[in-house]
Design a protein around this ligand. Structure first.
Ligand code: SF4
Length: 331
């Protein structure tokens, strides 16, 4: 195995020739705008780069800086986040923008300790901001990096994130941390892919233990917890004008603050009116479970204190979860 400096030199050289062009990235050092780096990093958690690009561009058109974001209404922020899931992230981003504008003159902090005190900024986001926006030597570890490092060192046992972090820390380039961190992520995303890695194109091919032993398919070893499955019923409650009853979820709990159609775990009408099974379902996988909802249609003109009737054309004015957007597609 080469020493760490030689390995990181090889990687950075590869990166300069193969970097993905991304709107939140600068090749050859830090990005000029920590705000853009931060938003992209939060959006990229649990979402693919391809999906994030469209969201990021729309977001930056509407909220080009911390001030515009801090001044916006949370419901509008949620509308721009709609479809990315994990809505707590959007709420925290909004809170964080307010703190930064009110307490820190709209400037991003450059100290890890200080960054970690901000809403929604954990160790991973702090490392990313410091590496990509301020070119500080930080170890950025995501799923791609775990895969690359596990294969490079031929780790055949269950992934131990602390061990990966330690190895990643030693590999990180002292002088070009931003380029190194982007490089290892790009390597994982484009060459050292989960299936069929393109080892012939890899700058670390000669030194990679998984490649030498032919163990690319077996590494990394990650045990995923089994997800439980649940079922329920969506009640499409229509009034005589053909409008649908929706409600806002409480300010706490899963998907809080978003709008939804009424749904229950039990198959029973919410109003004493006839209901009709539409023989349609929508399914969604959350972090820890799968949910399948059966669609039921009922009719009433009774006002409901917990909800409002809106027409199909008005759906776009309300932030819905991805699950509820699937229901809208069925409608
Ligand atoms: S040689 Fe293959 S398995 Fe090893 S790091 Fe490169 S792409 Fe991944």
């Amino acid at each position: 195995m080469k020493n760490n400096k030689e390995l990181s030199d090889l990687l950075v050289k590869w990166y300069y020739q193969n970097a993905r062009k991304l709107p939140w990235r600068t090749v050859g050092g830090a990005h000029f705008d920590a705000y853009q780096v931060w938003i992209s990093e939060i959006m990229l958690q649990q979402t693919t780069v391809k999906t994030v690009i469209g969201y990021f561009e729309k977001w930056m058109t509407r909220f080009p800086n911390l001030e515009t974001l801090a001044q916006a209404d949370i419901e509008e922020v949620l509308l721009y986040w709609q479809g990315l899931g994990y809505y707590t992230r959007a709420r925290k981003i909004h809170e964080c923008a307010k703190v930064l504008t009110q307490k820190y003159q709209g400037k991003f902090l450059r100290e890890r300790k200080e960054l970690l005190k901000l809403p929604g900024i954990g160790p991973y986001s702090a490392s990313s901001i410091l590496a990509f926006a301020f070119n500080q030597k930080e170890t950025v570890i995501d799923g791609n990096v775990i895969r690359v490092i596990s294969r490079l060192y031929g780790i055949e046992t269950q992934v131990d994130k602390n061990k990966i972090f330690e190895l990643g820390e030693h590999l990180t380039d002292e002088e070009r941390p931003a380029d190194y961190a982007s490089g290892i992520m790009d390597l994982g995303a484009t060459v050292c892919t989960p299936q069929n890695p393109k080892c012939l194109l890899c700058p670390w091919q000669k030194f990679c233990i998984a490649n030498q032993k032919g163990l690319q398919d077996k590494i990394p070893l990650i045990k995923k917890p089994e997800k439980k499955s649940f079922e329920g019923y969506v009640h499409l409650i229509k009034d005589s004008q053909g409008r649908f009853l929706i409600r806002k979820r409480s300010e706490k709990g899963l998907l809080h603050g978003l709008y939804e159609f009424f749904w229950t775990k039990e198959k029973k009408p919410i109003f004493e009116s006839s209901w009709q099974n539409k023989n349609q379902t929508v399914s969604h996988t959350f972090t820890h479970f799968h949910l399948t909802l059966h669609l039921i249609e009922t009719h009433t003109d009774t006002p409901f204190s917990d909800g409002i009737f809106v027409s199909k054309e008005e759906f776009s004015n309300y932030p819905f979860s991805t699950l509820m957007k699937k229901v809208i597609q069925k409608i």
